[in-house]
Design a protein around this ligand. Structure first.
Ligand SMILES: C[S@@+](CC[C@H](N)C(=O)[O-])C[C@H]1O[C@@H](n2cnc3c(N)ncnc32)[C@H](O)[C@@H]1O
Length: 345
């Protein structure tokens, strides 16, 4: 990390060693080793050694991030509280703690504790004044048009996604599912951003970043994992910029007056508009006003007037028909911002 230039990274995903071997915590025969971790990379001898290591890499992470960059640090109860405290001390600004609820966790065999069925991801901006990227609208779209919550229910990495060694056995004990990284990167990066994973393991972050049209840097000390990551990343085909684009935020919608779509014939005068339930009807006039039942006004004013509401967002209230499908007016702005992106590209 020290060899990389300052302010060169837009987003960091870090899945650091878990500190599992400490005090023999998880070596006791009566406890499930989380994800079967029993590796050299996880052998810290005491909390202060772990904290020193954590402080070192987090300080470097903060140096590498751009002013508006964000970091995701994932951990379990063994380390996540220490990670969070050190992040706050270093000046990171915590935005959320996301609970990744595992759909298929490892059972607790002896029944002396609850089944450990989640991990926590701390999502933080570089500082309190960072204008960080959060693709709110894309997250809502991903979640069937309902705001995305901070608890994510996703399965562990299994089957073909699991990277195997020459014996056909899983290569890495804690390979993260691609679905988790997909959501992380769609939520907090733009296409073309640079993503860093300082504990890259099997290269999950790099593979998903490449697929989604993001640049990536992966750091990993185990040569077998590095080699496996290389092959994995090589096999990925990046999406084109056009296809990697996600639903833009409302504030990123181009400021186009409704009349422009009428003038340019995308929604010609005479077109019928409806509310979502087709209970109300209005007709588009050549100047972009709507007419209904002898009344005339803008898309917003007519929406409010016909429903008796104090105000109304006409872009989301009114619908038009295209190929037998009822579409909100807003889609015209979305399509026009995508065309702009295509032309810019
Ligand atoms: C929890 S695993 C990450 C797994 C990864 N997220 C994946 O999906 O495959 C942590 C990784 O950090 C690596 N590691 C530990 N200490 C390191 C260090 N000081 N520098 C680089 N890599 C390190 C380990 O070899 C291990 O692969």
């Amino acid at each position: 990390m020290r060899s990389l230039p300052s302010s060169s990274i837009d987003c960091i995903f870090a899945d650091p060693p878990y500190n599992l071997q400490l005090r023999g915590e998880l070596r006791r025969p009566d406890e499930t080793v989380v994800d079967g971790v029993d590796d050299d990379w996880d052998k810290f001898t005491d909390y202060s050694a772990y904290d020193r290591f954590t402080r070192d890499w987090l300080a470097e992470a903060r140096r590498l991030l751009t002013h508006d960059g964000t970091i995701w640090a994932i951990g379990s109860y063994h380390n996540v509280f220490r990670l969070g405290a050190i992040m706050q001390e270093l000046g990171f600004w915590i935005l959320n703690d996301i609970v990744w609820r595992k759909a298929n966790p490892m059972p607790n065999f002896r029944g002396r504790r609850f089944t450990n069925a989640h991990e926590t991801m701390i999502w933080a901006a570089r500082g309190p004044d960072s204008k960080y990227c959060f693709n709110y609208q894309a997250m809502k779209t991903l979640n069937d048009d309902v705001q995305m919550r901070s608890d994510w229910y996703l399965p562990l990495c299994t089957g073909n996604e699991r990277v195997k060694n020459v014996h056909g056995l899983k290569l890495h004990p804690t390979q993260k599912p691609e679905s988790l990284l997909h959501r992380v990167l769609i939520a907090s990066t733009r296409s073309g951003d640079v993503v860093l994973d300082p504990f890259s393991g099997t290269g999950t972050t790099a593979a998903v970043a490449k697929r989604l049209g993001r640049h990536f840097v992966g750091i990993e000390r185990h040569p077998d994992y590095v080699e496996a990551s290389r092959l994995r990343v090589e096999a990925e085909q990046p999406l084109s910029e056009e296809h990697a684009a996600v639903t833009p935020a409302k504030r990123e919608m181009p400021r186009i007056p409704f009349g422009t779509f009428v003038e340019q014939g995308m929604l010609p005068a005479g077109t019928e508009l409806f509310d979502r339930q087709r209970r109300l009807r209005a007709v588009v006039s050549p100047d972009g006003s709507l007419v209904s039942g002898g009344q005339r006004g803008s898309i917003h004013k007519m929406g409010a007037q016909l429903t008796g509401a104090p105000s109304c967002n006409g872009w989301t209230f009114w619908y038009f028909e295209r190929n037998g499908e009822l579409l909100p007016l807003d889609i015209l702005r979305t399509e026009s911002s995508q065309t702009k992106l295509r032309n810019a590209g």
